[in-house]
Structures are given as C-alpha cells and as structure tokens.
Design a protein around this ligand. Structure first.
Ligand code: SAH
Length: 186
C-alpha cells in the first residue's frame, strides 16, 4: 500500500523509485533510507527554487546599489540566483543569449562588445571579438565586477552593448544612459 509520500516520489523520480522498489524486496531499512534521501533532495530543490524566485523578485524591485549589496553581503544569494537562472534557461526552447552570439558572429570581429550583466560570460566565451563582461558578482575570471550603472570604460569606446535578461532594477534608466556614454557615437 503506497503512502502519499511514496506516490509523490514516484511522480518525481521514476528511476530512483524503481531502484528503491528493487531494494525494498531485499532490505526494508535501506528502502526507508532511500525514501528519506529522495524526499530530502526534493524538498531542498523546492526550497532553492523558492529562494531563486525571491532573489529574482528583489532584483526587479530594488536599485542596483541594493542588489550589489545583497550579493556581496551574502555570496550564497548570487550562487542560488545563478543556479536557478541556469536551470530555468535550460527549459526554454531558445536561450536569447544564443541569438545574440549569432548576431555578433555575423558582424566584424573587430567590433568591441560590452556585455552588461554577463552572468557566466557566454558571449565572451563564444565570439572572437574583444568583449568586456560586467556583472555584480564574478562567476569566473572574465567578469569585471561592477554595477553596470557605472562601468569602468571610457566614453565612446565600444561598438555593441548587450543587455541580455539583465535590465532589472528600479534604476534601469541609469544602465541605458551608461550604455549610451560608452557606445561609439557615429
Ligand atoms: N546575460 C546573461 C545573464 C542574465 S542573468 C545571460 O543571458 O546568460 C542577469 C544578470 O544580470 C545576473 O548575472 C545579474 O547579476 C546581472 N545584473 C543585474 N543587475 C546588474 C547590475 N546593476 N550590474 C551588473 N550586473 C547586473
């Protein structure tokens, strides 16, 4: 007879559940341990998803200075956000950053790019162009940590500015003004 918990687990992970049923014939104790582990993993994942949604909401409803402080006061926040973002993107039929990479690849490699809110620097890692990658927190060594309302670039110094899923924050106009400052005026 299945309990509500085991029904739930069956829905979540058939492979593990099948394993658990095979083991249950031979070792009831191991069966209980496996079920507890699976339930724990499932609950941890739900908790992390909830934290991701909460942090995402904070990023859209606070200023970039507050977002900077949030990530630097507690680096876990950024890692949870980044893991959650990466997991979400995997379920989309198309990741917009791939379209941007395709666009840049069709333009001359001499053009200089600034990626505002670069995340894991997919653009810098995918094109031949010089790419300045800016983010509030460094996922890797390619990232220049800064608030993109003020990036460390001179006026008129880049040909392409990218905001891919990064226009968040109550002061997003500051990001656009900053992009306008660094873009080469034609
Ligand atoms: N552009 C990447 C990542 C998008 S997630 C991609 O498409 O894969 C949004 C990113 O914007 C996060 O990494 C977040 O830290 C960054 N971000 C949000 N506000 C920012 C700000 N004010 N300055 C710099 N980066 C910012």
């Amino acid at each position: 007879m299945s309990s509500p918990v085991s029904n739930n687990l069956e829905n979540v992970d058939n492979d593990n559940h099948n394993t658990f049923i095979k083991q249950s014939k031979t070792d009831p104790n191991e069966m209980t341990v496996n079920r507890s582990k699976l339930l724990r993993t499932q609950m941890e994942q739900r908790l992390e998803s909830a934290r991701f949604r909460f942090i995402n909401e904070q990023l859209y409803t606070s200023s970039s200075l507050e977002a900077y402080k949030l990530f630097h006061k507690d680096s876990d926040c950024f890692h949870i956000y980044h893991r959650g973002f990466t997991a979400q993107v995997k379920s989309w039929p198309q990741n917009p950053v791939d379209s941007i990479v395709d666009y840049i690849k069709k333009r001359p490699a001499s053009l200089i790019v600034a990626d505002f809110g670069c995340g894991d620097c997919k653009i810098a890692l995918s094109v031949k162009n010089k790419v300045h990658s800016f983010d509030l927190f460094p996922v890797n060594k390619l990232v220049t940590v800064c608030d993109m309302s003020k990036v460390p670039l001179p006026d008129n110094s880049v040909d392409i500015v990218v905001f891919c899923l990064s226009l968040m924050g109550t002061n997003l106009c500051d990001f656009l003004v900053e992009a306008n400052r660094v873009l080469v005026s034609k």
